[in-house]
Design a protein around this ligand. Sequence first.
Ligand SMILES: [Zn+2]
Length: 128
Amino acid sequence: MPVYEFKCENCESIFEVTCLIKERNEPRACPECSSENTERVISLCSFVLKGDGWPGKNLKVRSQMQAKNRRLDSKKRDMKGDGMIPQLAPNVGGERTDSWDEAKKLAASKGKDTSSYEPYVQKEKKTE
Ligand SMILES: [Zn+2]
């Protein structure tokens, strides 16, 4: 069952109510002051965090996301095929090396600033 957030107009406390969708607009008494002057508030945050109580919807969203990702993946592949995404090869000023780690060392031996090589070296280590 979905969780709805209500706000008490009397004491301003926020409380949550788990109820059927069709019951969401029924007045709820405030647990703090028992006032029935409460209003349902739309909270995106609680919707996302507690979305697990709504598996049907989550599954739908997830499959939509997966479909979207698949489309993006194939798009990326297409772009690579067209040479749209240049694959940056390890090099120092155009001189090719076997790895970014070597490129960094080579750059260092030439007295170059190696900080720009660092992200690539880190990436390399991660994929190893
Ligand atoms: Zn109250």
